[in-house]
Design a protein around this ligand. Structure first.
Ligand code: TXA
Ligand code: MG
Length: 318
């Protein structure tokens, strides 16, 4: 059921059910963090491996103190600047945060989302919610209530409809190792914007086999249609001229007889708008029964870097 009823949403969460909630990044699959039953339902519903921890969503900045034992100075600066907003901080957890949320880690990922309906919901229920993106593990994240319904209409009791997600890409995740900030996942807040607040951050090599955040696993965010990320679209179209192709580009328009459909993410080269539109475009392309989706590499700075990261994972073979 897709509904705008925040009280109904609170009712389900209070009785250990899981529901989909809107955030500014993507829709989440939400559970009361103090309900082991509800948390178990999240892992089952998503088909998510147990070793992949969840993000806890809080309704006020102060709620972070209930969950963590220490907040590094630079984390405090980031909280002041970016909460509520698409920034997740990984901090040392209190014992009250269950191991089933953190997959046994001694840290917990936390953010205060910037969506009016979900903030209101968090005020009503008075407990934080754990919420991964509301998609089956590995598939394209949802940025509309309808995307969630396409995946889970028959398995969850309610999708709280808060409209289209305004940012469209998951939160940026920052952890701290000996007080040094480390980027765990590229996301909706550009690295440049974080560094202008707290100076240089350590950036892991995301292609490594052992990522800090399992969401940085190699194949992820993937359409069921084979997807290719290329720097030269014309060559790629030419190379696959016997295939029915769907194209995903930043601003350029291409034409070719075997191009069945093209998604342009921003007509006026606005990288934030491109990020907002990315997943919806991928969902549309994936429904067209194409042989191949060809995606064009984005400029590798600001949010272009996060978009390239998602497209790289979407196009990984395994
Ligand atoms: O924008 C978002 O962050 C969305 C919305 C719903 O808030 N949520 C989201 O959740 O993207 P999910 O579960 O799809 O991704 C959470 C990521 C995973 O990569 C997970 O491994 C990482 O956060 N994570 C969670 N706890 C962690 C921890 N203690 N240490 C390192 N990474 C952690
Ligand atoms: Mg996800």
């Amino acid at each position: 059921m897709i509904s705008k009823d925040i009280y109904q949403a609170a009712y389900f969460l209070e009785k250990n059910d899981i529901i989909a909630i809107p955030t500014e990044t993507v829709y989440g699959l939400a559970a009361n963090i103090y309900s082991e039953i509800a948390i178990k339902k999240i892992f089952e519903t998503k088909g998510r491996p147990q070793n992949n921890p969840l993000i806890v969503h809080i309704g006020t900045k102060d709620a972070v103190f209930d969950l963590v034992t220490h907040i590094p100075e630079k984390a405090k600066i980031l909280i002041d600047k970016f909460w509520p907003g698409p920034l997740t901080l990984v901090l040392p957890k209190k014992d009250t945060v269950s191991n089933s949320i953190t997959s046994g880690k001694d840290t917990v990922a936390i953010r205060m989302p910037n969506h009016p309906d979900t903030l209101k919901l968090l005020q009503l229920i008075k407990f934080p919610i754990a919420a991964p993106s509301a998609n089956p593990f590995g598939s394209i994240s949802p940025t509309t209530a309808q995307h969630v319904a396409n995946y889970f209409e028959n398995t969850i009791p309610m999708i709280l409809d808060g409209g289209d997600c305004t940012n469209g890409i998951e939160s940026t995740i920052i952890g701290f190792e000996n007080e040094i900030p480390v980027l765990y996942r590229l996301g909706s807040i550009a690295v440049e914007d974080i560094e202008s607040e707290i100076g240089a951050i350590h950036i892991n090599n995301f292609e490594e086999q052992k990522p800090n955040a399992p969401g940085m696993m190699l194949k992820h965010y993937a359409p069921s249609t084979p997807t290719l990320l290329v720097s030269n679209v014309t060559d790629a179209i030419d190379h696959y001229k016997n295939k029915k192709i769907g194209l995903l580009t930043f601003t350029s328009k291409y034409s070719s007889p075997n191009l069945a459909h093209q998604e342009i993410l921003s007509n006026n080269s606005n990288i934030n708008e491109a990020a907002t539109n990315l997943y919806a475009a991928m969902h549309r392309l994936d429904r067209l029964h194409l042989d191949l989706i060809i995606a064009e590499e984005f400029p590798n700075n600001q949010l272009g870097r996060a978009i390239n990261d998602r497209l790289k994972r979407a196009s990984k073979k395994e």
